[in-house]
Design a protein. Structure first.
Length: 256
């Protein structure tokens, strides 16, 4: 079954941090020199990662950053220093503070960004960009995916609705999405096969703007929503971290 954890900040942040560290230790237990392979989304998750893994004095020393291989589960096809870039947000929100924090945090993760030379090209170049990013993916499953959930039920750049239903049927691991309902319109996204194969998937959702979609996902089980679809496909691998504002309308699931 899907696990749901509801709490206010700062406990919300600590629960996310504890979960990430558990996933890290599980991934590295058999080979301390192995890599911890992680996929992340952008948005408010970046601030949560900073607070949980850099700012928290208990958790920060336990993060083995130099063994992290970090990918973006979706990315806007824009230059890396563009305000819409997930890489740019992560660099400013996590990598730069990490580099200035000293001690055990000096060695940062290996981060895989998109090929910036293709971002201003046409559809063929953007398809090529998605293919190149797929070629960078590890041969083994991801140890952890940290995903968001939009008020419309989208995650990664897998959007609900008839226009984007084809995204849920794609077999290639990374796809170019050319008509995102949210700007910028061109993006790349992980698809369901790579999400299904991952060892752990965590959704992080906060705020009252998410309350209606939480009701649709958990009470109505509307699997036309990409987030609910993932719940139904791999329930034993999925955890949700929510706050009371997001969870207030859900009737059928009691959070842990």
């Amino acid at each position: 079954m899907v696990h749901v954890y509801s709490s206010q900040r700062p406990e919300f942040v600590r629960r996310v941090g504890k979960y990430i560290l558990e996933a890290q230790e599980e991934a590295l237990k058999d080979d301390p020199k192995a890599h911890f392979i992680v996929g992340i989304s952008g948005g408010s998750l970046v601030k949560t990662l900073y607070e949980a893994l850099i700012q928290d004095q208990e958790f920060a020393p336990k993060v083995r950053w130099s063994q992290w291989q970090l990918y973006f589960v979706d990315e806007r096809i824009v230059p890396l220093d563009d305000p819409d870039s997930n890489y740019g947000a992560f660099k400013n929100g996590v990598l730069n503070p990490l580099a200035h924090s000293g001690g055990h945090l000096n060695l940062g993760p290996t981060v895989f960004a998109i090929n910036e030379s293709l971002v201003n090209g046409g559809p063929a170049e953007k398809d090529q960009l998605a293919k190149e990013y797929a070629d960078e993916l590890p041969s083994s499953p991801f140890d952890l995916l940290l995903l968001g959930c939009g008020p419309d039920g989208h995650t990664c750049s897998l959007f609900p609705g008839e226009k984007h239903r084809y995204l849920l049927d794609l077999k290639e691991p990374v796809a170019h999405v050319s008509e995102s309902p949210k700007p910028p319109s061109d993006r790349i996204t992980f698809t369901l096969p790579i999400i299904e194969q991952s060892n752990r998937v965590a959704f992080v959702a906060e705020g009252e703007s998410k309350k209606q979609i939480m009701h649709e996902i958990f009470d109505k089980h509307d699997t036309s929503l990409p987030t609910a679809k993932i719940n139904s496909l791999i329930p034993t691998k999925v955890s949700w971290f929510v706050d009371p504002g997001a969870w207030q309308l859900v009737q059928t699931v009691k959070p842990e």
